[in-house]
Every structure is written in structure tokens, then in C-alpha cells.
Design a protein around this ligand. Structure first.
Ligand SMILES: NC(=O)c1ccc[n+]([C@@H]2O[C@H](COP(=O)([O-])OP(=O)(O)OC[C@H]3O[C@@H](n4cnc5c(N)ncnc54)[C@H](O)[C@@H]3O)[C@@H](O)[C@H]2O)c1
Ligand SMILES: O=P(O)(O)OC[C@H](O)CO
Length: 336
């Protein structure tokens, strides 16, 4: 990869920073945009991100700024890594600054509340670009492991194969192996719904329900994700891939997952407010469980695990009652 490829990353949280590091290691010149000038200064002066990835040394070719126009200038790829529910307002401010012909890349795993739009749809809507200029990077990518340069595979999804291949080349390193996939809908749904299933598995873990419960939730969670995907025109095989099963396994088995940890705290008996208070970073499933359920209802799809997570997180249903209700639904064949 030629160093003349330029990438802007909007969001200097854990994944924005780690993915910026991947791009820099792959040979791109990278500018991170940080909301706070102090964080941008700290990245530039210490070559670390002390707030989100303490102890990780960042490459020389990665720098940070708090000025959006400076980050956006001449970027071949404009990467978006802010919490999903803030994307619309943020991108509205950044859109006039974007380099002409830049490819917009979503790292976000959420569904917008109210509109039920996927993040790539929000990008198209707000930036006024065609879907051939919007790509998604997703898969089993816990930021802390990637920042330690531990090996992982990922998916680069774009309807335009040439764009997907360009981005694939721009982020391919010895420790980060991206595959292309034209199924943007399936890849984004896989990423957004796995956060909801990650909450469910965390709750079960917190309650001490064991590994059979975990295996059952992962599998039936994937089944309800696939049902929604089919109703929305996704390729069902996507859900057997990195954006589906791969990400579910990583999220549901790792203490590094914010969604899994959030669920575990709820399952152990913390209240929602107590759990929010101890959660510093973005656990997308907490908000997206409501928009995913909304999406499911709009498409007439049954998603009992998602419904259960919404009931526990937002309606105060005690986890013990929710488990009893989930298990006593009427019996049915596995493939329905
Ligand atoms: N962390 C991971 O392992 C990981 C991996 C893959 C995908 N993702 C996804 O990437 C997205 C970003 O997650 P993250 O892990 O970087 O989150 P994070 O909580 O670590 O960082 C979020 C960043 O957004 C900024 N931010 C928060 N509110 C904002 C606002 N209103 N306006 C502008 N900026 C704001 C924060 O200052 C921070 O820089 C999420 O959708 C997440 O699901 C995360
Ligand atoms: O920490 P989480 O739960 O947001 O998960 C991080 C990544 O999405 C795992 O692929």
C-alpha cells in the first residue's frame, strides 16, 4: 500500500484509534479526529491514547487533531467511529468538509432509533452520497486485541467491488485480514444484532446459567438475526460468516466486550442506572435493542431474545422472570 493513501478517522475512542493504527500499519497516512483537543494533543505528544487504549504505542504515521476540516482534508477514506446514535448530527456538521470522491467507511454496529436506519443508510442520507461510496468494516474485532496486534479477520462490505477491494488493501496487515462481501445489509445487521445477543448472553452469565444456556442463546440469537436478515434481503450465508457467527462468538465469550460486560452486570443484579454508571464506553446494544425490535416488527419478524433484552433493559423485567417466559413459549420446529 502506497503511503499516499490518506485516511481520516472520526472518533478517537477504542475502535477508531485501533482501526486507525491498522490503517497506519498497512501504509496509509492517518489523521484521527478527537472531540477533545486535550486528547488530540496527548495522542500527538505521547503516541498513545491514554483515555481509550492506555499502554498501546501508536505508529508515527498516525496523528490526531480536534479540527474536523484538518482531519477530512484529502482523505481517500473517511472512517466514522462515533456512537451510532450520534452519527446523524455529527456527520451533518462534517459533510461539507469531506474530500470530493472520498469513500465513507462505517465502523459502527448499531441501528438508528426512530428511523430504524442502518449506519450506511444514515451515511447515504446525511452525506448525500451513493451506496457505491459507502463501505462497512465489521467482524470479530475487539479493539483491545487488535491494538495489541493479535490476529483477527474482518469483513469489508460494499456494493461496489472495486471500492471494497481498495479498502481491503488499505487495511490489510500481518495481523488484520479483511475479506470482501457485497452483502452490506447482512454485514450491518450481523454487527448490530450481535450486540443485543451479547447483552442476553452476558445476563445469562451474570445469573450463572452455564454454558449450555450460552450456546443456546448464541445459536438461537443467530437464528433470529438470520430471520430478520432474510426479511430485509440479506444473504443468509453472511450470518454464518465473520459478520455473523464470528462476531457473536467473540462478543459472547469475551470479558473485553462492553455489551457482554453490561449484560453480566445486569444479570448479577445491578440496576440499569448502576450498570450505566460503571460503563465508560459505548455499549451499542443498550440502545439498539429497541431499534432492532422496531425493525423486526416493521418486517413482521419474531425476535424473542431481542424482545426479552428490551424487556429486561428498558422495562425493568426481572431477568429470572424473563428467562422463565422465554423458556415456556410454545414448542416449535428448529427451523422456524
Ligand atoms: N471497541 C470495539 O472493540 C469495537 C469493535 C468494532 C466495532 N465497534 C463499534 O465502533 C463504534 C465506536 O465504538 P468505540 O469502541 O470506538 O466506542 P468508544 O466508546 O470507545 O469511543 C467512542 C468515541 O466517540 C466519541 N463520542 C462519544 N459521543 C460523541 C458525540 N456525541 N459526538 C462525537 N463523538 C462522540 C467519544 O469521545 C469517543 O472518542 C461503535 O458503534 C461500536 O459498536 C467497536
Ligand atoms: O465491546 P463490544 O461489545 O462493543 O464489542 C466489540 C466488537 O464489536 C467485537 O467485534
Amino acid at each position: 500500500m502506497s503511503e499516499s493513501v490518506r485516511a481520516a478517522v472520526f472518533g478517537t475512542g477504542s475502535w477508531g484509534t485501533a482501526f486507525g493504527m491498522v490503517l497506519a500499519d498497512a501504509g496509509c497516512g492517518v489523521t484521527l479526529w478527537a472531540r477533545r483537543a486535550e486528547l488530540a494533543d496527548a495522542v500527538n505528544s505521547t503516541r498513545t491514547n491514554p483515555d481509550y487504549l492506555p499502554g498501546v504505542e501508536l505508529p508515527e504515521t498516525l496523528r490526531a487533531t480536534a479540527v474536523p476540516a484538518e482531519a477530512a482534508r484529502d482523505a481517500d477514506f473517511t472512517v466514522l467511529a462515533v456512537p451510532s446514535q450520534t452519527l446523524r448530527a455529527n456527520l451533518a456538521a462534517w459533510a461539507p468538509l469531506l474530500a470530493p470522491d472520498t469513500v465513507l467507511v462505517s465502523l459502527m454496529k448499531g441501528v438508528e432509533l426512530g428511523t430504524t436506519m442502518r449506519m450506511s443508510e444514515v451515511v447515504e442520507d446525511v452525506a448525500g452520497v451513493g451506496r457505491d461510496r459507502v463501505a462497512v468494516v465489521t467482524g470479530p474485532n475487539l479493539a483491545r486485541e487488535i491494538a495489541s496486534r493479535m490476529p483477527a479477520a474482518a469483513v469489508v462490505a460494499c456494493t461496489d467491488e472495486t471500492v471494497a477491494r481498495r479498502l481491503q488493501a488499505a487495511c490489510h496487515t500481518p495481523y488484520f485480514r479483511p475479506y470482501t462481501n457485497p452483502d452490506v445489509v447482512g454485514c450491518e445487521l450481523g454487527g448490530a444484532v450481535k450486540n443485543v445477543i451479547g447483552l442476553a448472553v452476558g445476563i445469562a452469565d451474570g445469573m450463572g446459567l452455564g454454558d449450555n444456556a450460552k450456546g443456546s442463546l448464541i445459536t438461537r440469537g443467530l437464528a433470529e438475526t438470520t430471520r430478520l436478515g432474510l426479511a430485509m434481503g440479506a444473504d443468509p450465508l453472511t450470518f454464518a460468516g465473520l459478520a455473523g457467527l464470528g462476531d457473536l462468538v467473540a462478543t459472547c465469550s469475551s470479558p473485553l466486550s462492553r455489551n457482554h460486560t453490561f449484560g453480566t452486570n445486569l444479570g448479577r443484579g445491578m440496576t440499569l442506572q448502576e450498570t450505566i454508571a460503571v460503563t465508560r464506553q459505548t455499549a451499542e446494544g443498550v440502545k439498539s435493542c429497541e431499534s432492532v425490535l422496531d425493525l423486526a416488527r416493521r418486517h413482521g419478524v419474531d425476535m424473542p431474545i431481542t424482545e426479552t433484552v428490551v424487556a429486561i433493559v428498558h422495562e425493568g423485567k426481572p431477568p429470572v422472570v424473563a428467562v422463565k417466559e422465554l423458556m415456556s413459549r410454545s414448542a416449535k420446529p428448529e427451523r422456524h
